[in-house]
Design a protein around this ligand. Structure first.
Ligand SMILES: *[C@@H]1O[C@H](CO)[C@@H](O)[C@H](O)[C@H]1NC(C)=O
Ligand SMILES: *[C@@H]1O[C@H](CO)[C@@H](O)[C@H](O)[C@H]1NC(C)=O
Ligand SMILES: *[C@@H]1O[C@H](CO)[C@@H](O)[C@H](O)[C@H]1NC(C)=O
Ligand SMILES: *[C@@H]1O[C@H](CO)[C@@H](O)[C@H](O)[C@H]1NC(C)=O
Ligand SMILES: *[C@@H]1O[C@H](CO)[C@@H](O)[C@H](O)[C@H]1NC(C)=O
Ligand SMILES: *[C@@H]1O[C@H](CO)[C@@H](O)[C@H](O)[C@H]1NC(C)=O
Ligand SMILES: *[C@@H]1O[C@H](CO)[C@@H](O)[C@H](O)[C@H]1NC(C)=O
Length: 833
């Protein structure tokens, strides 16, 4: 079956010869730090460096070195690394220069002890790299080592410690060590999809379990990559169903299979097998169970080595993750060129974990003539970062109950509106003046400076200078000095943080004229962050629309990547649908919000010579101003669409789980229709007021798109709508809305409507709700869409084709301010049969 093929396809094909064995791998980067220690500390065959006060790696504003006497350390965890710690009372970071890009271990050692006023058991803090949040609101009571691996794609890696409010951070020791490239390949099998999973190279991984089945602990001294493998007994669900086997000397590393760097022979040389002793009718699984965090995907690596058979092709068994079979009739001997006891491994990526238990089972094959048996030699379970780049905390996709922290990376704020355009112009003027005064300033940039539109930034300039004097330089740049940003955010006051995302933190702020802003502070060293930063500025500087969130400025001084937006008082659409206790929105409000967002997207797709694809359309990226007017935000992932002669852009799949266009996922081809799909999911989300993925629900309900489509197709959508809306939606309006969402979710992009059509249909649903159009003039609303939208285009309302994008922008602006409904109902009337 397909899964089996996948197992085959995705071994590491890099080969290590059997000879270069013992410590095969020499890491190019090998930082071992005994934090706070005045002396070098030897652990096994490695030396952890002293890290006293003047560490060059550390930029910390406030750091304290703590030590404890050895007597205070419990005997079970008496690593010499635990005698000292660094304590951080402010945001601090270690920066490592990376000589060889690629995956690196980050191992963090924590041993909480009390030192002076610092009781480390009470510390609470976040740890992040440029692209990923590793730990958040983390605190430790017992000694622990946390192991992560990330692909470092630039020449440095910074590990930032951010104490929670009124707390502090600490660390006892720290490793940043290169990982062999072949350890984590890009692709893996997938438990559900026959296409498999691709994109592991960009994943941050946290090792949550590393288990040696049927054997003792394999300590880091006996592992080429200094990993520790723990025995499996405590994970076994029914201990009497399995027996351990050991035959380390039988293990062979052969071409096409595992290498000693994948796992040592001491792991492959022991296993658990079915306790089927001489009973040919045995039929049960051996199962291990692990605690995991729901809402994340996991990379599961199985290690196999047939040390139980006497000959080839004796052993056939099935492998399961939770209740899903990932390989049927696994025959290890055929995979590895007919060598018995060859070390072999395979990787699978799970779906988002929906429960806090993950089970792995092996069980007998039902092939005739085989003895029932099944084995497992080793298992690694690695947590994958969520779509916000985080390995921790509540992801946007997790349960509905949690707080607004869910809206990671969201920009929340108050609208500035047209009236304050004048104010803004003033601000920018001041800011620019300030800047020019302070301009000759030492700036160390690790990334390339760039300019927006070169000297032709009149798109922005004209917007802000509209109605004001021409005093604003037409080349007005949107650079804002770092100092002004610092002032605006009370020096990046942690208590002003309103969101955290993969890109960085979002602060609420106030410019010195009182304008409220949302300040998104990125991580300077991140290459991906940089790309998104630039995309966002480029997009927002070219695209101005009342339904797109406005960029007020940005700051690139001092290695900073900071974006300053208008503050959107009412936060995300998502927060008004569920999970944060806001009063429920009326159906009309919801329609208006959808219409606003559709306008913004329609403008992105058509307002410029080349379509712009947002790529991350979701309710958390639709923000609401004080009047609940919707604006689309977060253009970090946007891509310019196909040229005229192409039909798609081929690109790595990005976006948010639950909203992803399956076609884009399958073919990695991007068109505007991918946004249309995501928007269709948003429409159902708006109607049903529940998360797009809710792992806590019964299986058939987990995915909102599938669930809602099921009811839509049955014509019973009203069964699953937000209970708050019951009895308030006119049936026609609901029908129109449901049909529109359904069309957006068509399997193939070509069958989905354009954003303009969607907009038109939503307008119509609103009309039906308000009963402006009486006695439904249409029989077949499907045809309606096709017949009417060209009309609108011809009327020039939804300018598809005009050349001057900027001119266009304002015309759309102006018109969308006027009631489109009026024009609309006239159109409908003239079309009426
Ligand atoms: C620790 O080891 C490094 C490299 O081996 C050496 O340069 C350094 O002087 C040592 N530090 C101390 C305090 O012994
Ligand atoms: C901690 O370090 C200080 C200064 O180096 C030293 O005087 C003290 O004896 C150390 N305490 C312990 C418990 O090791
Ligand atoms: C540190 O805090 C922990 C947890 O509250 C407490 O159990 C412990 O007694 C405290 N230790 C000291 C030395 O105060
Ligand atoms: C790290 O990422 C880069 C850029 O995406 C990729 O080319 C490289 O293969 C990755 N390396 C590893 C070891 O995953
Ligand atoms: C490493 O493995 C050898 C052989 O299995 C064993 O004798 C030794 O105790 C192990 N070392 C550690 C530190 O576990
Ligand atoms: C083994 O587990 C799988 C998944 O839970 C289940 O479908 C299968 O029936 C089990 N097999 C036996 C023999 O119990
Ligand atoms: C993990 O983070 C990376 C960015 O570093 C992102 O490209 C990727 O999509 C994230 N993974 C998931 C499963 O969302």
């Amino acid at each position: 079956m397909g899964c089996k093929m996948f197992g085959l396809l995705f071994w590491v094909s890099s080969m290590l010869c059997l000879a270069c064995f013992a410590r095969g791998f020499t890491p190019a980067d090998n930082y071992l730090i005994d934090c706070g220690s005045p002396t070098n500390t030897t652990v096994g065959d490695r030396v952890f460096m002293a890290d006293n006060l003047d560490s060059k790696l550390l930029s910390a504003t406030q750091s304290v070195i703590g030590n404890t006497s050895r007597a205070a350390i419990t005997s079970s965890d008496d690593s010499p690394l635990y005698q000292t710690a660094r304590i951080f009372t402010g945001v601090s970071k270690y920066t490592f220069s990376i000589s060889r890009r690629g995956r690196h271990w980050i191992r963090l050692y924590f041993y909480p002890f009390a030192f002076g006023n610092y009781n480390m058991s009470l510390a609470k803090f976040d740890i992040s790299t440029e692209n990923h949040v590793l730990l958040s609101s983390f605190s430790v009571q017992t000694p622990v080592m946390k192991e992560f691996s990330v692909n470092v794609t630039i020449n440095s890696l910074a590990i930032t410690f951010s104490p929670s409010k009124d707390s502090f951070a600490f660390i006892n020791a720290l490793e940043v060590v290169s990982v062999p490239d072949e350890l984590i390949p890009d692709a893996a099998g997938s438990v559900k999809s026959s296409v498999g999973f691709q994109g592991l190279t960009l994943q941050a991984l946290e090792t949550v379990f590393r288990v040696n089945m049927g054997g003792p602990t394999v300590s880091f001294e006996n592992d080429t990559l200094w990993r520790t493998w723990v025995p499996d007994q405590r994970f076994l669900v029914e201990k009497n169903l399995a027996v351990s086997v050991s035959n380390i000397r039988a293990v062979k590393f052969v071409e096409g299979g595992a290498t000693p760097d994948i796992a040592p022979n001491t792991v492959y040389g022991t296993c658990m097998r079915m306790n089927s002793a001489n009973d040919p009718s045995s039929n049960f699984n051996v199962t291990w169970e692990f605690d995991v965090d729901p809402g994340f995907r996991y990379l599961i690596r199985f290690h196999f080595c047939d040390i139980v058979s006497n000959a080839l092709n004796e052993l056939y068994f099935n492998v399961f993750i939770d209740s899903l079979m990932v390989v049927r009739d696994l025959d290890l001997s055929t995979y590895l060129v007919n060598v018995l006891a060859a070390a072999y491994y395979m990787d699978y990526v799970t779906e988002l974990a929906s429960s806090n238990k993950l089970r792995v089972s092996v069980g007998p094959s039902n092939l005739h003539g085989t003895d029932p048996n099944a084995i497992l030699n080793g298992l690694e379970i690695m947590k994958m970062n969520n779509s916000d780049g985080s390995l921790t905390g509540s992801a946007t996709v997790v349960t509905s109950g949690s707080s607004s922290k869910n809206n990671v990376g969201a920009i929340v704020g108050a609208s500035i509106g047209v009236a304050s355009g004048v104010l803004l112009a003033g601000v920018i003027l001041i800011v620019c003046r300030k800047r020019s005064r302070r301009s000759p300033q030492g700036q160390s940039k690790t990334w390339m400076p760039f300019s927006i539109n070169g000297g032709t930034s009149q798109t922005m300039g004209s917007k802000y200078s509209k109605g004001t004097t021409a005093s604003l330089n037409s080349n007005a740049s949107y650079h804002i000095p770092f100092l002004a940003v610092q002032e605006a955010t009370n020096n990046f006051d942690e208590s002003w943080v309103i969101g955290i995302g993969g890109f960085g933190k979002v602060y609420k702020g106030e410019l010195n004229d009182g304008t409220k802003v949302a300040v998104k502070r990125g991580n300077p060293q991140s290459q991906q962050g940089l790309a998104e930063f630039q995309t966002e500025i480029e997009m927002l500087s070219q695209f101005r629309h009342r339904h797109l969130v406005s960029l007020i400025g940005y700051c690139e001084e001092k290695n900073e990547m900071i974006l300053i937006y208008e503050y959107m008082e009412n936060g995300t659409l998502k927060s008004h649908l569920y999970g944060s206790g806001h009063p429920s929105l009326s159906w009309k409000q919801r329609l208006e919000i959808c219409i606003g967002a559709a306008r913004g997207l329609h403008y992105l797709h058509t307002g410029y010579a080349k379509a712009v694809i947002h790529r991350d359309v979701k309710s958390a990226n639709i923000l609401l101003d004080e009047n609940f007017m919707a604006k689309v935000a977060d253009f970090g992932l946007s891509k310019t669409g196909p040229e005229l002669d192409q039909t798609h852009v081929s690109t790595a799949v990005k976006g948010s789980f639950g909203y992803l266009d399956p076609e884009y996922f399958r073919r990695q081809q991007l068109t505007e229709k991918s946004d249309v799909y995501s928007f269709g999911v948003v429409l159902f989300e708006v109607l049903c007021a529940r998360p797009v993925i809710d792992p806590t629900l019964p299986r058939e309900m987990v995915n909102l798109a599938e669930w809602a489509m099921k009811w839509q197709k049955r014509g019973q959508l009203e069964q699953i709508i937000d209970p708050n809306l019951k009895g308030t939606i006119r049936p026609d309006s609901l029908r129109k809305f449901g049909e529109t969402a359904e069309k957006c979710l068509a399997d193939f992009g070509i069958d989905r409507p354009s954003m303009g059509d969607v907009l038109w249909n939503l307008e119509y649903a609103l009309q039906l709700q308000e009963a402006v159009v009486r006695g439904d003039p249409e029989e077949n609303s499907t045809n309606m869409i096709c017949e009417l939208s060209p009309q609108i285009n011809n009327v020039g309302l939804l300018d598809h084709t005009v050349s001057s994008a900027q001119f266009e922008a304002s015309s759309v602006n102006d018109l969308s301010g006027v009631s489109m409904s009026k024009v609309f109902s006239q159109l409908v009337k003239s079309e009426g049969r």
